[in-house]
Structures are given as structure tokens and as C-alpha cells.
Design a protein around this ligand. Structure first.
Ligand SMILES: [Zn+2]
Length: 165
């Protein structure tokens, strides 16, 4: 049996899901999508997903150098669709991926934040022109790097942050 809200495996002896707290109502066949949607919004509506973006420019010697970096908000966790990739409009120039790199992600809510350095390997994907996320069971997400056809999925990170990490 899986939680109706976050799809974590749940024990029927419990009154609610151990991951997201959604009550285990038992299926009576009625459409619960609006209740689940409201619950997800109250659970995740204050949670924001960001990635670190780097800005480059030419210095006085004509060399390209990193000018600054900052975390840029890319999505509210409550807006992420289930079962499909949400692509972001990042406006990246297509980049040939020749070596692995790290994507720096940040998830934060009103109290806590979680940082993760996610390894992207170029073995399954040759071009980086799009960045997206897809949701996973248990209120988790993976980042998706690729061109929309050949994609690399990072390891997953949690959306429910209960302590700073
Ligand atoms: Zn749940």
C-alpha cells in the first residue's frame, strides 16, 4: 500500500503516512485529488527549490573568469507536477558535456534549508541545453540535465526539510 499523497510505502496499521503525514483513508473509490492537492499545497507551498548559477565575464587581461554566483529560485515545490519532467526556461546555450560536474541545489522552507551537490556525468548525455526536475515517490525530486531526449537524472533529494543539512 502506498500513501495517496506522496506515494511512500505505508503500513496499514498506521493512521497516517510516516513521510508526509497524510491520513491513510483507505480507498473507497471516490476522487480524492482535490483533498490531496490541498494537502500537498499546505505541506510544500512554502518550500522553494533553487540552483546555484555562475556568472562569467572577461577580466582586464581578456580572460574569462567567474564573477559571482548566486542561488536562483526555480520552482515552488507545490507546483511540481507528478510523473512528468518540469523543464525550466534557463536560456542555456547548448553545452557539450565532456566531463562530470556538480549541480548545486538548495531546498528551503520557512525554517530549514538543505544543500546538495549533485554529480552530473556525461556518459549518458552529450549535450546540456535544458534543466528540469521530476518528482519521485516520498516527496523527493531529481534534477534532469540533457537536451530533452537524452537526459541524465541526478540522485534524488527530499522536499520535506525537517532540519538544516
Ligand atoms: Zn505520504
Amino acid at each position: 500500500m502506498k500513501c495517496d499523497c506522496c506515494r511512500s510505502p505505508v503500513d496499514e496499521e498506521n493512521a497516517c503516512c510516516q513521510v508526509c503525514g497524510f491520513p491513510l483513508l483507505g480507498g473507497d473509490g471516490s476522487d480524492m485529488s482535490s483533498i490531496i492537492g490541498d494537502y500537498r499545497r499546505s505541506l510544500l507551498g512554502g518550500t522553494v527549490l533553487s540552483i546555484e548559477q555562475f556568472y562569467y565575464g572577461y577580466n582586464g587581461d581578456g580572460e574569462l573568469e567567474e564573477l559571482k554566483s548566486e542561488y536562483v529560485d526555480i520552482a515552488n515545490a507545490a507546483d511540481l507536477p507528478q510523473d512528468e519532467i518540469m523543464w525550466f526556461d534557463c536560456g542555456y546555450e547548448p553545452l557539450e558535456l565532456q566531463r562530470e560536474f556538480e549541480l548545486h541545489a538548495l531546498v528551503r522552507n520557512s525554517k530549514y534549508s538543505f544543500r546538495a551537490n549533485l554529480l552530473v556525468k556525461p556518459d549518458s548525455v552529450k549535450t546540456f541545453s535544458k534543466l528540469g526536475v521530476c518528482t519521485e515517490d516520498g516527496c523527493r525530486v531529481r534534477f534532469v540535465v540533457g537536451d530533452g531526449t537524452d537526459n541524465f537524472y541526478t540522485e534524488s533529494i527530499p522536499l520535506l526539510i525537517k532540519q538544516n543539512q
